[in-house]
Design a protein. Structure first.
Ligand SMILES: [Fe+2]
Ligand SMILES: [Fe+2]
Lengths: 223, 193
């Protein structure tokens, strides 16, 4: 009886937490060492359990009692405008961007874009190689901290980059669109293994892209 | 041609606060890389015979970024000494007390500016146009000379400055940063400003 009561209280408590829309970090779909040697275990551990967890904790603090506390992470991105407080913009972006990033990585080898996505890549970039080099240049050219993205904009694929933790979903993004692939080019994403060699990290990243997931995002977005 | 200035001490001289490996990458790869990129970019442009200060004041895009980063890093290295740390001396001690109340208050404010700069960038102690000391933050390659301010001290908070030693713990890096500040040098900079 007592234990049933405890469970009931726990359920009530957790639903209250949900009403306050406290964001919770999703578990990784793979182990920290699963992306070795391309992304090392130590980097994954610090990146996931310190940087990403830190953004979520700070976001939860920043949205408490504000109008921003009522939305899921993806919806929140679209509500972030130039007027949004910096703590919500930065930590909101940091929370969603990393969640998205973990999701498009995989230890499974040999994945390829689906037929539909591959056709679109050829249509919009000419070839997979020219897409890859455009993506690599965007990731290399993002001076300082930031991200490079493959997005869908007006039904077409486009490579863009954003500074710091901004992303193409945010209201003020210079190039808006639906992200289907992303690379984190903050130095924390690669410094322990690659130091100043961001280009080597970007090359390695292409060995661990979850093309099944990216294709799924693509097909969902164009429907 | 812009050249990489000599490091004023050995690469292991800032241990244990900044490890030799960090100084090695930071100086021979990052700082040197900015010098090389700058030389490539200015070739055949109006900036080929400019000073770094002129580039900082007038250039945009890649030339500004790489030129300012060359200047910023030289200034950063020259502000350290293996015999540094402790409390400020001379004019700089007085100026800090006048502008911030006490050295501890200044340290706290400057540390906070360095810790809260989001993304990559620099925290600066500068002399403003009224001749008072001021703390400013600058993103990426930002340099206060562009705004007519005179820099006295800087802390690089790009992740490459501390990631091998401290990873996500930027505040620990900043705490140790004070242990290697060459206050004699900072005082000289104030007198020349
Ligand atoms: Fe990151
Ligand atoms: Fe640096």
């Amino acid at each position: 009886m007592k234990s049933i009561l405890t469970i009931l209280i726990l359920i009530i408590m957790s639903s209250t937490i949900n009403l306050n829309a406290q964001h919770i970090q999703k578990e990784l779909n793979y182990e920290f060492n699963a992306l070795e040697p391309h992304i090392d275990a130590k980097t994954m551990e610090v990146h996931y359990s310190k940087h990403h967890a830190g953004y979520i904790a700070k976001l939860n603090k920043a949205i408490e009692g504000t109008e921003y506390s009522e939305y899921d992470l993806m919806t929140l991105q679209k509500l972030i405008s130039e007027k949004t407080p910096a703590a919500i913009r930065n930590n909101g972006g940091g929370s969603w961007n990393h969640e998205f990033f973990w999701d498009i990585l995989t230890p499974t080898k040999g994945m390829k874009p689906s037929k539909k996505l591959n056709d679109a890549i050829i249509r919009d970039f000419g070839s997979f190689d020219s897409f890859k080099s455009e993506f690599k240049n965007a990731a290399l050219g993002q001076f300082g901290s930031g991200w490079a993205w493959l997005i869908i904009q007006d039904g077409k694929l486009k490579v863009v980059s954003t500074p710091n933790q901004d992303n193409p979903l945010m209201e003020f993004a210079k190039e808006k669109g639906t992200p289907i692939l992303a690379i984190d080019v903050w130095e924390h994403a690669y410094y322990l293994k690659y130091q100043n060699l961001r280009g080597d990290y970007i090359e390695a990243f292409f060995n661990v892209v979850n093309w099944d997931k990216v294709s799924e995002y693509y097909e969902k977005a164009i429907k | 041609m812009f050249t990489l200035p000599e490091l004023p001490y050995k690469q292991n001289a800032l241990e244990p606060y900044i490890k030799e490996e960090t100084v090695k990458f930071h100086y021979t790869k990052h700082h040197n890389g900015y010098v090389n990129k700058l030389n490539n970019l200015v070739e055949g442009t109006d900036f080929a015979n400019s000073t770094l200060e002129e580039i900082i004041k007038n250039a945009e895009g890649g030339i500004f970024n790489n030129g300012a980063q060359v200047w910023n890093h030289t200034f950063y290295w020259e502000g350290f000494s293996p015999k540094g740390g402790g409390t400020p001396v001379g004019e700089i001690a007085k100026a800090i007390n006048n502008s911030f109340g006490s050295f501890d208050d200044f340290k706290e404010k400057f540390s906070n500016a360095a810790a809260t700069l989001f993304g990559s960038g620099w925290a600066w102690l500068v002399v403003n146009k009224q001749g008072k000391l001021e703390i400013v933050q600058a993103s990426n390659a930002g340099n206060p000379i562009r705004d007519g301010l005179k820099p006295l001290l800087t802390c690089d908070v790009w992740e490459h400055a501390y990631y091998l030693d401290y990873q996500n713990l930027r505040p620990d890096y900043i705490k140790n940063f004070w242990e290697i500040i060459d206050w004699v040098k900072i005082n000289e900079r104030l007198i020349n400003a």
